[in-house]
Write a protein of this length. Structure first.
Length: 70
């Protein structure tokens, strides 16, 4: 099984701005993390359409729960 090591570091200010529904912060989160989630899904064996759906599910969950993140 492959292991993944992320070299991405998210600044607390970016998270804070996303929590405040700043659209540019959400754009940045999407640009950085959507490809990561998609690639993880593809490596796990999902087809392209399924991987894209996983990206949407993950971002939906982040959207619903980011306000509680500390």
């Amino acid at each position: 099984m492959r292991t993944f090591r992320s070299e991405i570091e998210t600044s607390s200010s970016l998270i804070r701005h996303a929590q405040q529904m700043d659209s540019s912060a959400w754009d940045q989160l999407s640009k950085v993390y959507a490809p990561v989630v998609y690639n993880w899904s593809r490596v796990a064996g999902l087809q392209p359409d399924d991987a894209a759906e996983i990206v949407q599910d993950v971002f939906h969950s982040v959207f619903l729960n980011l306000g509680r993140f500390e």
